[in-house]
Design a protein around this ligand. Structure first.
Ligand code: PLP
Length: 469
């Protein structure tokens, strides 16, 4: 499989190189040159497969030529073997024909484990083969950091540096990162906000001289491998609900448009999906596009669903690329005008095309809490605030009651106690068994000033398993 850039100017890469790449050299994102397409018979024959075997069938075309089948199977079995629920992504019924797909049974209790557990193992496999080492520098407002550290902690050839804003992530989230020790694991608390952290990561990709030749790898969802891993659970859910003979709809709490883009790909690979609902919080750039064809940057608001607090949605470029007939020059033009003026619209026929599949809703904090309380009362299920936004959007935007609606349950409620408390649900939150002593564990973290040079100096002094690069 070959991968091409959404801006049309960067060289095409194979899977191995795409795994190790960040942004393409032209500023674009990598996407498969040709998407595999499965027949209905083929998809139907996968019913009842264990999760890792389904994952093998869905993802195999993407890694062909880079990873032999037997090795890929083994990697997938190990990856999903660390999840604490036998079904890996169980469906729980909330209401008539309405389901939550629980994607929070991985080590860090958010859906990001599905991709980052795999990414760490894939990196180790490929780097071992090539005899190379890499450095990861990633920024997190919470969930990505812990999932990336958990995914990479056993990697022989990866040193991982995660920047989080000092005193601005929840205690559970911080401890999930800082209580994992290893000479290749480095937590850095930046005396600044999340945007400062993200700017430092971007600047480090732009000028990598501080790494003295060591390659820098991305762990956010611009990395293709993350999107790829998320396609699988759309197939998994549909197969349990009568698919592919019957079509299914999904509501996806979204920020960077990564998770929902995976659903869009599943549909283009042959899975009958009737409707995809973009569910945002008050940071609603995606909702404003879907409802009014305006993609315009606005100020960032802190919400009770912090993992979706974004101003611009990086993966949205991958959808725009398809909406523009995969014309890289057109996307480069759009992104240029976005950078200069802070917004754009697309031609009406392109927007109408998108609206055939996508609907959207923005849900504020009060409505989020209302939904947590409502669902708890109706069904006894305690939702995290991100998932609650998905449920709210599903209930308001649903096109057909006859078609099963699956809401992606993106995190365990214990990660977001503030929202659960505000919802007034009188249920104590308990950490799952493997994290029950989280608050007693020692922490390891370095606080650094909001200064790029200081951070880069730290990375180059510790980037080789704690030793200088
Ligand atoms: C990351 C995250 C999201 C948003 O996912 P995107 O792929 O960026 O759309 C939603 N919910 C939770 C809990 C997350 O951690």
């Amino acid at each position: 499989m070959r991968y091409i850039s959404t801006r049309g100017q960067a060289p095409a890469l194979n899977f191995e190189d795409v795994l190790l790449a960040g942004l393409a050299t032209d500023g674009g994102l990598y996407v498969p040159e040709n998407l595999p397409r499965f027949t209905q018979e083929e998809i139907a024959s996968w019913a009842g497969l264990p999760y890792h075997e389904l994952a093998f069938r869905v993802m195999r075309p993407f890694v062909t030529g880079s990873i032999p089948d037997a090795d890929f199977k083994k990697i997938l079995e190990e990856t999903y073997g660390v999840f604490s629920h036998n079904a890996i992504a169980p469906l729980r019924q909330l209401n008539g024909n309405e389901w939550v797909m629980e994607l929070f049974h991985g080590p860090t209790l958010a859906f990001k484990d599905f991709a980052l557990q795999l990414l760490g193992r894939l990196l180790d496999y490929v780097l071992q083969k090539r005899g190379e080492r890499v450095v990861i520098v990633g920024a997190t407002s919470g969930d990505t950091g812990s999932a990336a550290i958990e995914g990479c902690k056993h990697c022989e050839n990866v040193d991982i540096f995660i920047l989080h804003p000092h005193n601005r992530v929840s205690e559970v989230q911080r401890r999930q990162m800082t209580t994992i020790f290893g000479d290749n694991i480095h937590n850095i608390a930046i005396e600044g906000n999340f945007d400062d952290c993200q700017e430092m990561v971007k600047a480090s990709f732009a000028d990598q001289s501080f790494l003295k030749g060591t390659r820098l790898v991305a762990v956010n969802s611009i990395n293709w491998a993350r999107i790829m891993a998320q396609i699988v659970y759309y197939f998994h859910a549909a197969l349990q609900l009568g698919g592919p003979a019957r079509s299914v709809s999904f509501s996806v709490p979204t920020g960077n448009f990564g998770d929902i883009f995976a659903g869009y790909l599943a549909r283009n690979m042959g899975l009958p999906i009737n409707q995809l609902i973009v569910a945002t919080n008050r940071n609603d750039i995606l909702h404003r596009f879907m409802s009014g064809n305006q993609y315009v940057k606005e100020t960032l608001h802190a919400t009770l669903s912090p993992s979706m607090d974004i101003m611009v949605s990086s993966n949205f470029e991958r959808l725009l690329f398809d909406l523009h007939g995969r014309n890289g020059a057109a996307i480069a033009g759009l992104m240029d005008s976005f950078r200069q003026g802070g917004g754009f619209s697309v031609e009406p026929e392109r927007w109408t095309e998108a609206r055939k599949l996508f609907d959207s809703l923005a849900v504020d904090d009060a409505q989020t809490c209302e939904t947590i309380a409502e669902v708890f009362e109706q069904s006894g299920e305690l939702l995290d605030p991100h998932t609650a936004i998905g449920v709210r959007a599903a209930r308001e935007c649903r096109r057909s009651l006859d078609i099963p609606m699956v809401i992606l349950g993106t995190a365990h409620p214990v990660k977001f106690p503030e929202a659960v408390e505000k919802a007034g649900v009188g249920k104590a939150l308990e950490l799952p068994a493997h994290l029950s002593d989280l608050f007693e564990r020692d922490e390891r973290c370095t606080v650094l000033p909001n200064d790029l040079k200081a951070v880069q100096a730290f990375v180059s002094q510790h980037g080789n398993r704690g030793k200088p690069l």
